[in-house]
Design a protein around this ligand. Structure first.
Ligand code: AMP
Ligand code: MG
Length: 399
């Protein structure tokens, strides 16, 4: 049996970062930046008021002084009044500081007048002015290449006036579920049939991992038809199949790809998810074939597919974040195989977190119970049982 880490590495080796493309601001969330974004100007661009109030000459002022109001400056104004001795400009937050003024009196420190204003509190020179360049100056690095973009990065990019940036293209992933027993959810079931859940599971997982899923299926257990379908897929960066890779009589994926020299089927030392396959089709498209039991498909996606997808999407760090937790539960694990156990967090507040298995045993068919899982405990092959109080590494599957 192939060690878990070795198969992970083989899956990862199928992936390379995808090419760069220019994308607009509303498409960037979760994408990986492929260029440094620097400020080309001073931010703020000009000195401006931090308060609603009056732009004044601080040196002119004494408590109770009355000034003539010579202008009204709202944010966005292009007016360029000059504040001379004995005068003030009414100014709103964000409006450019007028020439001659060197401080802002907040409106609450005045009588709020519009023709004239009486100043109650004398400000220090420079008070309540946002200085040009205090946020960034030309050349400052705002967001570095390799950053996975979130809302704050996108704001920084927009603030320097960029409408598009270079990012790594999102991987397009064909998701194919196989099985004669499967029908689309919503279809009335005949005896022996069940709704396809894996293609939806995998499509959602691909999307969550930053890819674009192309969901296909369920398709029947016909090896020739499946072979034709798989080798005919165009414009995809990765194919992920579910089902048909074990030792049974109808293992369609295995049969369909048996004569493909670029694809290998192996047994991986992990539970669930022992039967696995991966490789490349003749046109070069990488393929990862996952077992059909829903928990196996889910765990296998996290183990083998997500890191590869992250690499394609341009992420530098492709390994999923794990947390060290304490088990509040005891179970045995298969000898000499790693185990992936769905767990939930019992006390999320404390540190370290405490987890419990979502069910007895790691039944790979327990799809309903899978919905309770907040993480996947990864128990190394060398560990044969987990006891209450043991430290275990958990990969979070729910934020
Ligand atoms: P297989 O790996 O094809 O032998 O499937 C193993 C088990 O998982 C069988 O009980 C299947 O019915 C079930 N299964 C396979 N594919 C799916 C799917 N797409 N959705 C739900 N269950 C599935
Ligand atoms: Mg099957």
């Amino acid at each position: 049996m192939r060690p878990l880490d070795e198969h992970r590495a083989a899956a990862l080796a199928l992936a390379a970062p995808l090419e760069h493309e220019e994308r607009g601001l509303d498409e960037l969330d979760g994408m990986v930046l492929a260029q440094d974004v620097r400020s080309e100007e001073y931010l703020p661009r000009w000195d401006n008021s931090a308060m609603d109030g009056y732009a004044v000459r601080a040196a002119d002022l004494t408590p109770g002084v009355q000034l003539r109001v010579i202008a009204e400056l709202a944010a966005g104004t292009g007016d360029e009044p000059v504040v001379g001795p004995g005068t003030a400009a009414r100014i709103m937050t964000g409006a450019p500081m007028p020439e001659g003024a060197d401080a802002v009196v907040p409106v609450e420190d005045s009588d709020g007048g519009t023709a004239t204003v009486t100043i109650h509190v004398v400000p220090a020179t420079g008070a309540h002015i946002r200085r040009s360049g205090e946020d960034a100056v030309p050349g400052d690095l705002l967001v570095a290449a390799g950053t996975a973009l979130g809302p704050a990065h996108i704001a920084a990019i927009a603030s320097v006036g960029r409408a598009t940036v270079l990012v790594h293209r999102r991987p397009r992933v064909a998701v194919v579920s196989t099985g004669d027993e499967l029908v689309p959810p919503g279809t009335p079931l005949l005896r022996g049939q069940l709704p396809d859940s894996n293609s939806w599971l995998l499509a959602a997982a691909v999307r969550e991992a930053g890819g674009v899923p192309i969901r296909i299926g369920p398709v029947g257990d016909d090896p020739l038809a499946l072979h034709a379908l798989l080798v005919g897929l165009e414009d995809v960066d990765l194919i992920v199949t579910s089902g048909g890779v074990s030792m049974g009589a109808y293992d369609v994926v295995k049969a369909a790809l048996a004569d493909e020299p670029g694809v290998e089927f192996v047994r991986v030392a992990v539970q669930p998810g022992k039967p696995q396959g991966l490789g490349r089709l003749p046109n070069g498209t990488p393929i990862v074939t996952l077992p059909g039991n829903p928990v196996s498909s889910f765990a296998s996606f996290e183990m083998f597919v997500r890191p590869a997808l992250r690499r394609m999407a341009g992420h530098v760090d492709v390994e999923p974040p794990t947390v060290t937790t304490i088990s509040d539960d005891a179970w045995t694990t298969p000898p000499e195989r790693a185990q992936i156990m769905p767990v939930r967090f019992v006390s999320d507040g404390g540190h370290p977190h405490v987890v419990r298995a979502t069910g007895r045993g790691s039944g790979s068919h327990l799809v309903a119970r899978l919905a309770l899982a907040e993480g996947l405990a990864v128990i190394p092959a060398a560990v044969d049982e987990v006891s209450v109080g043991d430290g275990i590494n958990v990969l979070r599957v729910k934020p």
